[in-house]
Design a protein around this ligand. Structure first.
Ligand SMILES: NC(=O)c1ccc[n+]([C@@H]2O[C@H](COP(=O)([O-])OP(=O)(O)OC[C@H]3O[C@@H](n4cnc5c(N)ncnc54)[C@H](O)[C@@H]3O)[C@@H](O)[C@H]2O)c1
Length: 327
């Protein structure tokens, strides 16, 4: 049976890689991208020439259609702190309002998949973080529009599953990086690369010992396509997906400085409520998706991302690196 699929946020960084994977499916009849191009870019999809793809420019929470979709992937939301902190209400609408609206567009027996985040763990008091960890989130803090709207959307979808039997898939993604990140995205890897290529200096906030677990986008999308549609899995989530190799921010900065001769590192005051550590417990992921691993180490992944950023600079794309908030 052929499938009609809707992806919100399909012009974004991860969403556009998922669109590429979805279009490899022989059972896919049509694919609708709903995106308002807030943080996404048209050029992320401009390489595609496939009659099954249609792009609608629209806020997902306001999207209207009489069509019903067999599969819906809800990816619409900024992922980067400077973007969601600038427009917190819009962020909440994208996540919660988007999910409420998309539930109405699901065909009977359809599946809705959602990209939640490791931010639901807040500034975690245990490491690594398993899915059972309930987190340390500040609902009054500057990150709350993102963290709490992801938590609320998880709650909405799990409750729809529990009370109505709706088929849901919820992943908690840890930091993802790679080609098609906006140069002005504002998180560490993209910031460092944009800054290094355009100014020859890169900025580390705090002492740089705060750690992250960076997953290269190809690895992460491998896991997403298996969990969202390829593997016959009977588990609705939550499922941590990421790379469990934890690296200090300063080590990433030093690695990039070493790849681009002459680059210097500036140390600036820390960012408010910047989580001190972040590392996924992947035991469940390894059981649900046997054989999957994040195989691309940060050295190789950053080198590939640097090549892509360089090509952007050469093609004259805007590579402005933004101000002092990143994750
Ligand atoms: N990148 C990461 O490290 C990461 C980590 C955890 C979770 N996630 C989640 O994965 C998803 C994709 O992240 P990303 O890194 O690709 O972000 P992104 O900002 O590149 O993509 C988000 C896309 O959603 C679109 N969008 C935002 N609000 C919208 C709205 N109201 N209506 C329609 N479209 C809207 C944007 O224009 C963009 O194309 C997000 O839900 C994010 O929260 C990402």
């Amino acid at each position: 049976m052929t499938k009609s699929v809707l992806i919100s946020g399909g012009a974004g960084f991860i969403g556009s890689h998922l669109v590429d994977r979805l279009l490899r499916r022989s059972d896919l009849d049509r694919l609708l991208v709903v995106d308002n191009f807030w943080t996404g870019l048209r050029r992320n999809l401009s390489h595609i020439d496939d009659p099954r793809l249609r792009i609608v420019e629209c806020d997902v929470e306001r999207f209207r259609s009489d069509d019903r979709f067999d599969e819906i992937l809800h990816m619409a939301s900024p992922a980067s702190p400077p973007w969601y902190m600038r427009e917190p209400v819009r962020t909440i609408k994208a996540n919660v309002g988007g999910a409420l609206n998309l539930l109405d567009k699901l065909a009977p027996g359809g599946r809705i998949s959602f990209a939640s985040t490791s931010e639901v763990y807040g500034d975690p008091l245990i490491s690594p973080q398993p899915e059972s960890y309930r987190g340390a989130v500040d609902c009054t803090g500057p990150r709350s529009s993102y963290d709490e709207s992801k938590r609320c959307t998880e709650s909405l979808l799990f409750e729809c599953h529990r009370t109505q039997g709706i088929d849901v898939r919820i992943v908690r993604l840890f930091n993802v990086y790679g080609p098609r990140t906006r140069p002005d995205d504002g998180r560490a890897v993209s910031n460092f690369l944009s800054q290094a290529l355009t100014t020859g200096r890169l900025t580390v906030y705090g002492d740089g010992t705060q750690s992250r677990s960076w997953g290269y986008v190809d690895d992460i999308v491998d896991a997403l396509e298996r969990y969202f549609w390829l593997d016959p899995v009977d588990y609705c989530g939550p499922l941590n997906i990421g790379n469990d190799r934890e690296i200090a921010v300063i080590d990433i900065a030093r690695y990039i400085a070493q790849l681009i001769p002459g680059v210097e590192i500036d140390i600036c005051p820390p960012i408010p409520q910047d989580p001190t550590n972040r590392r996924p417990d992947l035991a469940l992921c390894r059981r649900i998706l046997p054989g999957w691993e994040a195989r691309i180490g940060y050295e190789q992944g950053i080198a590939r991302t640097l090549d892509w950023f360089r090509a952007q600079v050469e093609h004259g794309a805007d590579t402005h690196a933004p101000g002092p908030v990143r994750l």
